[in-house]
Design a protein around this ligand. Structure first.
Ligand code: SAH
Length: 293
């Protein structure tokens, strides 16, 4: 198992995702002799997991069953232990697309936080890219390092414990893309520029407040970044419902009114009346190619 490569079989040392139904999931470290308690009873790792195929249905000790899934960045985002606020898949999808990440890309990121975005970046840039991620909270940096090793992606990532606003990313002229998720991203913009390749690259900064996005845009503009854009990604899920309603009667052109039309049963969709939509503003910009004159 690795978070960037699929394997068929569950092995000792893997991190598997136990799917309990109704979108309820938990990550499990697979260990010989260990047991995991679920509401359907215990899962015995040696007997029930090791040697089974990913996707298998496993019967727990109380007779209920679960499915054991291969980990992916998307499943990790919804099951990981939170040490900070994290980015979710709706924003992550736009970030990886707009930063033009692909196998081989070199990326700088700060802060690492709980590593939710980092795992998605790693899957996009594997097997030959590299992520330089900077986190100034010592314990968070350490835990992220340990998780990357457990998830067998540590060869693709360097974790640094530093203040990105003071010390930068620790690399210069190598990055295809830089991502910022820190309270004062404008202070890190000069470091982002220094980390990017001389022939240009993309930057993205995530901020919950518009004032932060404004300051970041000003800093980007002052350093001659181009194509500066701030956007917000709002996911609006429509509910499908079956309703019964009379067909519309637009009236006859001539003559007496027609009798009412019978009710029909229709499938219709409704958007939510209220939704918790705002996560943050995503500011993107391009570092232009250095012109040789
Ligand atoms: N994007 C991450 C969450 C980042 S939370 C995820 O998806 O999991 C923001 C993180 O930035 C916090 O862990 C915080 O400690 C770190 N941070 C804040 N300011 C920083 C700075 N100046 N340098 C490095 N890390 C910083």
């Amino acid at each position: 198992m690795s978070f960037v490569e699929y394997s068929e079989e569950i092995r000792e040392g893997d991190v598997a995702i136990v799917y309990l139904g109704h979108e309820s999931m938990m990550p499990v470290k697979v260990r010989h002799g260990a047991q995991t308690q679920t509401r359907y009873g215990a899962i015995r790792h040696s007997a029930d997991l090791i040697g089974k195929r990913y996707g298998a249905k496993v019967t727990c000790s109380k007779g209920g069953w679960v499915h054991v899934l291969h980990p992916t960045p998307e499943l990790w985002t919804v099951t990981l232990p939170h040490r900070t606020q994290i980015l979710y898949t709706t924003d992550i999808a736009t970030i990886t697309l707009m930063l033009e990440l692909k196998p081989g890309s070199v990326v700088c990121e700060s802060g690492t936080g709980s590593g939710s975005l980092s795992h998605a970046i790693l899957r996009s840039i594997a097997p030959t890219g590299h992520l330089h991620t900077v986190e100034f909270h010592q314990q968070r940096a350490q835990i992220a390092k340990e998780e990357f090793a457990e998830h067998r992606v540590d060869h693709l990532v360097t974790v640094s414990n530093a203040d990105v606003c003071k010390d930068g990313f620790g690399v210069a002229g190598v990055a295809d893309a830089v991502f910022l998720d820190i309270p004062s991203p404008w202070e890190a913009v000069p470091h982002a520029k220094a980390a990017l390749k001389s022939h240009g690259g993309r930057v993205c900064s995530f901020s919950p407040c518009m004032e932060q996005a404004q300051k970041t845009c000003e800093a980007l503009l002052a350093l001659n970044f181009e194509e500066i854009n701030t956007l917000e990604v709002v996911l609006r899920v429509h509910e499908v419902r079956t309703v019964s309603m009379p067909l519309a009667d637009f009236g006859a052109d001539f003559g007496p009114p027609a009798p009412p039309l019978p009710a029909v049963t229709l499938k219709t969709t409704t958007p939510p009346r209220e939704m918790a939509a705002h996560t943050g503003y995503l500011t993107f910009a391009t570092k232009p190619r250095t012109r040789i004159v």
